[in-house]
Design a protein around this ligand. Structure first.
Ligand SMILES: [Zn+2]
Length: 542
């Protein structure tokens, strides 16, 4: 045996109570699991009674470009994540069409200008090869993003595709599925996904169905329209005959119900025999750019154009009216603008308005004797897209309901970040990127026993693995890939805050990816043993 992890409390990932045992790793896989004190290897690590669990499988991340910038996958692997699924919320960096490359780069924002993000790929397969060629610390699998398909064919146009354009989107999706996409994702609150009809998505999911893939969705509204939006996702699954994963499904501020209501739709679908599950992350706030809450047709424009629109009193008034009208339901945080919840928006980063950093929009408006909308728009005029705020937009009660629901698994909705280099400049406020899994263990297992340890681990490992067909990961059984986390539950602490530099969590002591140690004693070993995972590419006969 290459390595033996001796004397651990083994959590198998399936929810069974831990047991005391040894585990042997050989050629990247788990070779044996046996009672403590019975296995010998070339190298034996006594884990001293710590917990040994499958590596965490984070099925909802946006690491698509950031992992090219940081192939060490710092913020992911340091919290015990050994697999990321990317291409979520409609956003994947491939396929790309030459004519719409500028739209695509604009869509991804500042990170698309980083030297590691070469944009040399065009097809989905070429992008996966780019991921593979430079090595990765963690495993990565990808969905095909609906927005990418749409941009490649019709740019950011706010209209339906012509029949020929829809054909081309189906061809590009077929190519992505052949290359190993796990399915297709949509982001129906973002441009250009918000311009797509249900029928367009069904037509595309019929391609996904032929490859036995999954449909995942950031649904068409997470607030006022959450029930209709979830019902649409479920209908798409039914009509296209694909399993459905509703992404980060907590109702956000402005929703007419708590999470029991949208979960009831999931329960009803499952009772009818429709394969629908959900995921969620456990942080109540998020730190996007202020521009992200503007109406979708405005967001598509260049920064200079947006500033010009906000300088003009007529278009400024119109944008304000559109935010309140919310015609294409905008993403969660925009609900705080619609409902005038200015005390829940705290400015985090605004290099040309330093005096307001750390203050809420409500406080700034009072100090300046100004309308809060004007404060908000003026900050964009002064700082362009370089102004971020913390939006406190989720009620923790909903997070608790979701965590406990049998159809809900745990994801971060974060991305690979690092407290150095571009990914820390400016530091995006994304606490889940650093502390999702330790945060669950610390707050909802140890401090307050909302979940048993075994159940929390299951929702981070075998359950998401099963969802994506990764049947040889997410469990500690002979034959499975040796993606393993060793942690000390007493010491696990999520240290993610909006203060800088960002902090890695504590208590995640050792992390193996494909049998290779990537984190040892809370330090990165520089190893890059991750694999690019490809989904089932077997097509059903037509
Ligand atoms: Zn999303």
């Amino acid at each position: 045996m290459d390595i033996v992890l001796a004397n651990g409390k083994i959590l198998d990932g399936c929810g069974n109570p831990w047991f005391r045992g040894d585990m042997a790793i050989q050629d990247g896989r788990i070779a044996r699991v046996a009672p403590a004190g019975t296995l010998r290897g070339r190298e034996t690590m006594d884990v001293g009674g710590r917990f040994v669990a499958p590596g965490f499988i984070d099925i909802h991340t946006h690491s698509d470009l950031s992992i090219l910038v940081n192939r060490r996958a710092e913020s992911a692997v340091r919290q015990g994540a050994t697999t990321h699924i990317i291409g979520n919320c409609g956003m994947s960096p491939a396929p790309v069409d030459e004519d719409h490359l500028a739209d695509m780069r604009n869509f991804w924002g500042r990170i698309s200008e980083q030297p590691e993000v070469t944009w040399e790929w065009r097809t989905f397969d070429q992008y996966l090869q780019t991921l593979e060629s430079g090595g990765l610390a963690i495993n990565v699998g990808s969905l095909a993003g609906h927005a990418a398909l749409r941009i490649a064919v019709m740019g950011l146009d706010a209209r339906e595709p012509t029949p020929a354009e829809l054909d081309t989107m189906q061809e590009l999706l077929t190519e992505a599925m052949e290359a190993g996409a796990f399915g297709m994702s949509t982001g129906l609150v973002y441009p250009p996904g918000c311009f797509a009809s249900t029928e367009e998505i069904i037509a595309l999911c019929q391609v996904v169905s032929r490859y036995h893939g999954l449909y995942t969705s950031h649904v068409r509204g997470e607030r006022e329209t959450i029930l209709e939006a979830d019902a649409e996702a479920i209908r798409i699954g039914r009509e296209a005959d694909v399993p459905v994963q509703i992404s980060h499904n907590a109702p956000k501020f402005g929703a007419p119900c708590d999470a029991t209501a949208n979960l009831r739709l999931v329960e009803e679908a499952r009772a009818r025999g429709e394969d629908v599950t959900v995921d969620n992350d456990v942080h109540t706030n998020y730190g996007p750019s202020l521009i992200g809450t503007l109406p979708q047709p405005v967001q598509e424009r260049s920064i200079a154009e947006i500033i010009a629109l906000l300088r003009n009193p007529d278009s400024r008034r119109q944008i304000r009216e559109e935010i309140v009208l919310d015609q294409w339901p905008a993403f969660g945080p925009a609900g705080l603008l619609k409902h005038g919840q200015w005390q829940r928006i705290t400015i985090l980063h605004a290099p040309r308005s330093q005096d307001v950093v750390g203050k809420t929009i409500e406080t700034i408006a009072r100090e300046r004797g100004q309308d809060p909308f004007d404060v908000y728009f003026d900050l964009i005029v002064a700082n362009g897209d370089d102004v971020d705020a913390i939006f406190d937009y989720i009620d923790e009660a909903n997070i608790r309901i979701l965590l406990q629901h049998p159809a809900a698994m745990i994801c971060s909705d974060g991305r690979v970040l690092a407290p150095y280099g571009f990914l820390n400049d400016p530091p995006p406020y994304s606490p889940c990127s650093y502390g999702e899994f330790p945060g669950v263990l610390e707050r909802y297992v140890r401090n307050e026993p909302l979940l048993t340890l075994e159940e929390a681990i299951r929702k981070m490992t075998s359950f998401p693995a099963q969802r994506f067909g990764l049947m040889d990961r997410g469990v500690l059984r002979p034959g499975a890939w040796a993606d393993i986390v060793v942690f000390d539950l007493e010491r696990v602490r999520d240290r993610a805050t909006h203060l800088y530099p960002h902090q890695y969590p504590e208590g995640i002591d050792y992390v193996f990816v494909n049998g290779v140690l990537v984190v040892a004693g809370e330090q990165h070993t520089n190893a890059l043993p991750g694999k690019v995972l490809r989904g089932c590419r077997k097509k059903s006969p037509e």
